[in-house]
Design a protein around this ligand. Structure first.
Ligand SMILES: *Cc1c(COP(=O)(O)O)cnc(C)c1O
Length: 357
């Protein structure tokens, strides 16, 4: 390893978060969502660590095939189904389950006439207006599916738009709409993402679909992972590669955007937006230097950031710098940078080695 930047991933934290999901929704099966390279944590190692899940959810056939090639035999659900009918061969060969959300997919399914049984979840739009059939379309969709040989209905699902805000009445409205449509129909039901799993027990049903919480991150705007008993899985770290003695009035970094108010040490750490650290993180964003709090100053560069080391006389070249994870909630960094933790962990780039512990 040359550049000292790395993302350490604690596999026991992943397992412990899955167990917490299990305890919180004890009567539901768990579809562990591992799309987007397991939210940046590494698809295959994460799925292997989460082997106690009942199924895995991904966003596309490529991700599903990585799992199958790694020997994962559990059900895998394509959360957006297929994009082009040509994918159906692979879907059938690798026994992937589909989410069916639109009429064009039904037509492609009918044309493919799958020989092997194909399990299909039907997605209902109960108010998010992203993917899913409108409530009025459900009877005809089910009828058309039943007429297709080789196609099995796994169940009905929907997705919440506002479950991350526990005071928002939209979730209750979506739940009521779902119950009105799905009640009395055969098959499983699945509604809950992490926020609904943790905050809306009445949504658990047969299958829950946690993603973010498995990685030890709170899905709510107003809480931290630790408030829910979750353990952060990823710690993003690097080292100090220089310490500069700056004078009062010295401008630091691109654009000279930050000016030293007094003579002070400025640390340079080897991480930047080329690694996925958010370029919009402002001065004052917290970091840890050898476990002690320090702050970002100046603009984030591609490969480096600069740090205010006042109050840290023991900091040295080689001191460990943590950007988020253990001791520094990624939720805080997301808030400082004007984004959500989902985006931060997903954005860690391919040049950052994932180190499993
Ligand atoms: C990504 C996704 C999830 C997981 O959401 P989290 O908020 O990460 O728990 C669940 N269901 C569907 C359909 C998704 O696309």
């Amino acid at each position: 390893m040359t550049r000292p930047v790395r993302a350490r991933v604690a596999l026991d934290a992943l397992r412990s978060n899955l167990e917490l999901a299990r305890r919180t929704a004890p009567h539901s099966r768990i579809l562990a969502v591992v799309k987007a390279n397991a939210y940046g944590h590494g698809l295959v190692p994460v799925a292997q660590a989460l082997e106690a899940a009942d199924a895995f959810g991904v966003a596309g056939v490529e991700e599903a095939l990585f799992l199958r090639q790694a020997g994962i035999k559990k059900p895998i659900v394509l959360l957006e189904g297929f994009f082009h009918g040509a994918e159906l061969d692979e879907v059938i060969r690798h026994r992937l389950s589909l989410v069916l959300h639109a009429a064009h997919q039904l037509e492609a399914l009918a044309a493919a006439a799958p020989a092997a049984p194909l399990r299909v979840w039907v997605k209902l739009d109960t108010g998010m207006h992203r993917l899913g059939f409108a409530p009025g379309e459900l009877p005809s969709v089910l009828q058309r599916l039943q007429a297709l040989e080789g196609v099995e209905l796994a169940g009905l699902m929907t997705h919440f738009a506002c479950a991350d805000d526990r005071a928002d009445p939209a979730t209750r409205r979506q739940l009521e709409r779902f119950d009105a449509l799905a009640g009395g129909l055969e098959g499983e039901h699945s509604l809950a993402n992490s926020a609904a799993l943790l905050g809306w027990p009445q949504t658990h049903a047969g299958w829950v679909r946690p993603g973010l919480m498995l990685y030890g991150i709170s899905p709510f705007v107003d809480s931290l992972a630790v408030d829910h008993g979750l353990r952060p899985a990823m710690t993003l770290e690097t080292e100090l590669i220089a310490i500069r003695d700056c004078a009062a009035g010295d401008a630091v970094g691109y654009g000279g955007a930050w000016v030293c108010p007094e003579a002070m040490p400025v640390g340079v750490a080897a991480i930047g937006y080329g690694d996925g650290y958010p370029r919009h993180a402002p001065a004052g964003t917290p970091v840890l230097v050898d476990g002690r709090p320090a702050q970002l100053v100046g603009r984030v560069s591609m490969d480096m950031i600069t740090l205010d080391l006042r109050g840290l006389p023991e900091a040295r070249v080689g001191s460990r710098v943590s950007l988020w994870g253990e001791g520094l909630p990624v939720e805080h960094i997301a808030r400082a940078a004007g984004t959500i933790p989902y985006e931060l962990v997903c954005a860690v780039t391919a040049r950052v080695p994932l180190v499993y512990e």
